[in-house]
Design a binder for this molecule. Structure first.
Ligand SMILES: Cc1cc2nc3c(=O)[nH]c(=O)nc-3n(C[C@H](O)[C@H](O)[C@H](O)COP(=O)(O)O)c2cc1C
Length: 296
């Protein structure tokens, strides 16, 4: 018997092939290049869900009921957490007034208002300190790692929630732009000291199929035994051209044309370089200090 998910009954199904989706085809769709291996085993449902991921920014009016939400939360809360400290807080923003205020802060992302449910994933450095207080023990880790650990926990839980929701056919869109309004969002959700937003998350029933965004080639993101980016320029150029062939960014969508002009070839890397040329969230460290973190 194959060991790849079969024992748990977790076998992909529904694809055109008798044994489930074609791994090589899913990987080729994800990276825009065929994998080196010949297909030898169909992926599990989980792997197929991840390979098929598409962001969702258009939702139908259909609600996501409480039972579904609870199931997704339970799945997300099964995520491994650093040192078993479980430093995450998830705010389910159901109150229309509060959700409306968050949506008003970010008018260029109307999916915050139109999705069925909106959640806020937060790093929670408060709970462990309260636990220390309860036991009369001094918290001895008031430094940068006390921010990183809850941030990582929150991000992992967000990711798990996304995969769980997508495995049920729902669409999702994380919203890190809540951090551009971190004071206001914290106030709307009444986040106490030592609790900070990492990302919002829109969930709902998909209003369109979206499109699959090609990933950087593993030659750039996966390193064997040692970091090696010797092929950086060539691999990046190949990636820019593969992406452009699938989805070309029109001249009027080029970022900061007033500063940089209109490029003849506007690939992903130029778009991202222009994007990060603008300073965003420079007040984050000040916010975290105000919220009680030392960051030393
Ligand atoms: C942590 C995180 C934060 C994100 N923040 C936003 C956001 O604020 N607004 C938005 O529309 N999309 C947001 N996204 C979606 C990304 O833009 C999207 O994942 C990316 O364009 C790649 O598309 P794909 O997910 O379909 O591969 C976020 C995604 C992640 C993982």
């Amino acid at each position: 018997m194959s060991t790849d998910g079969q024992a748990s009954g977790e076998r992909a199904s529904g694809g055109p092939e008798r044994n489930g989706p074609d791994t090589a085809a899913l990987i080729e769709a994800r990276f825009g290049v065929a994998p080196h291996f010949a297909q030898h085993a169909p992926p599990t449902e989980t792997v197929a869900t991840m390979l098929r991921h598409r962001i969702c920014r258009r939702f139908t009016d259909e609600p996501v009921d409480e039972a579904t939400l609870e199931r997704l939360l339970a799945a997300a809360l099964s995520t491994p957490a650093k040192s078993d400290l479980q430093q995450v807080a998830i705010i389910v923003v159901d109150d229309p007034e509060r959700r409306g205020r968050i949506a008003d802060l970010i008018p260029d992302m109307p999916w915050i208002r139109s999705c069925a449910r909106f959640l806020l994933f937060c790093g929670d450095g408060r709970r462990i300190r309260r636990i220390c207080e309860l036991h009369g023990i001094e918290f001895g880790n008031d430094h940068l790692d006390a921010v990183l650990n809850p941030a990582v926990d929150a991000a992992l839980h967000l990711s798990s929630f996304v995969w769980a929701a997508e495995s049920m056919g729902l669409g999702t869109c994380p919203i890190s732009v809540v951090r551009n309004h971190i004071d206001a969002v914290s106030e709307i959700c009444e986040l106490p000291d030592l609790v900070f937003p990492i990302s919002g998350l829109c969930i709902g029933h998909r209003g369109d199929t979206g499109h699959q965004v090609l990933r950087l080639p593993p030659a750039l993101t996966v390193h064997r035994d040692r970091y090696d980016d010797a092929a950086f320029v060539d691999e990046l150029d190949g990636y820019d051209r593969r992406r452009d062939a699938v989805f070309s960014i029109p001249p009027d969508r080029q970022q900061y044309r007033e500063r940089f002009g209109t490029a003849d070839f506007y690939g992903w890397s130029l778009d991202k370089a222009r994007q990060v040329s603008a300073t965003e969230r420079a007040d984050l460290a000040a916010f975290l200090r105000r919220k009680g973190f030392r960051l030393d």
